[in-house]
Design a protein around this ligand. Structure first.
Ligand SMILES: [Zn+2]
Length: 185
């Protein structure tokens, strides 16, 4: 991904229309996580003008992961860095995927919380996803920096945080924790 696309879409104070999702896959062997570098990729949401579209980024992510047929006798960890947290519908699809694939665990780092209930209660979607074993957290400076170094064509430039990154991250983190702590739907 180029530098401008990353900053434009992952800046936690902006409201871009698209969603970008960077992911990597590791094979877990006891306490050791073995990165599978060939799986490091990113996908984005697509509009109705696309042959397969419109779909949210998670749709393409699940499609790519499913097509890999990860060995059921091994254990894998998927890590996603996503510019908007999953909507209800995508959280539901991810939940179903985790239930169908007990050999796969999922950790989602979200830059921003998607807080519209257009597709169902986003809060409930996130809680269901957590209940299915997924870890959901908000991206911190270290996560943005990791993402920059791993998925961005940075041409040797270090990650430059934008104004207010940490404060916004902290605020979203508290908001997410409150959602995940709530029992009722
Ligand atoms: Zn969605």
């Amino acid at each position: 991904m180029d530098r401008y696309t990353f900053i434009e879409n992952f800046n936690n104070q902006r409201w871009p229309f698209k969603t970008y999702l960077c992911y990597e896959v590791e094979r877990l062997d006891g306490d050791t996580a073995i990165p599978l570098d060939e799986y490091k990729r990113f996908v984005r949401s697509k509009g109705p003008d696309q042959p397969q579209g419109p779909h949210h980024a998670e749709f393409y992510f699940l499609e790519q992961i499913r097509s890999r047929n990860l060995d059921q006798n091994q254990h894998y960890r998927l890590t996603c860095f996503i510019s908007w947290s999953p909507c209800y519908s995508c959280a539901h699809n991810l939940t179903t995927f985790l239930k169908e694939n007990p050999h796969i665990s999922l950790h989602i780092f979200a830059s921003r919380l998607y807080t519209r209930n257009r597709f169902g209660s986003y809060q409930r979607g996130l809680r269901e996803l957590q209940a299915a074993g997924a870890q959901i957290t908000i991206m911190t400076f270290q996560d943005f920096e990791y993402c920059w170094e791993t998925f961005v064509d940075h041409r040797g430039n270090p990650f430059q945080p934008w104004e207010g990154l940490e404060a916004k991250s902290q605020e979203l983190c508290e908001e997410l924790q409150a959602i995940l702590r709530t029992q009722q739907n």
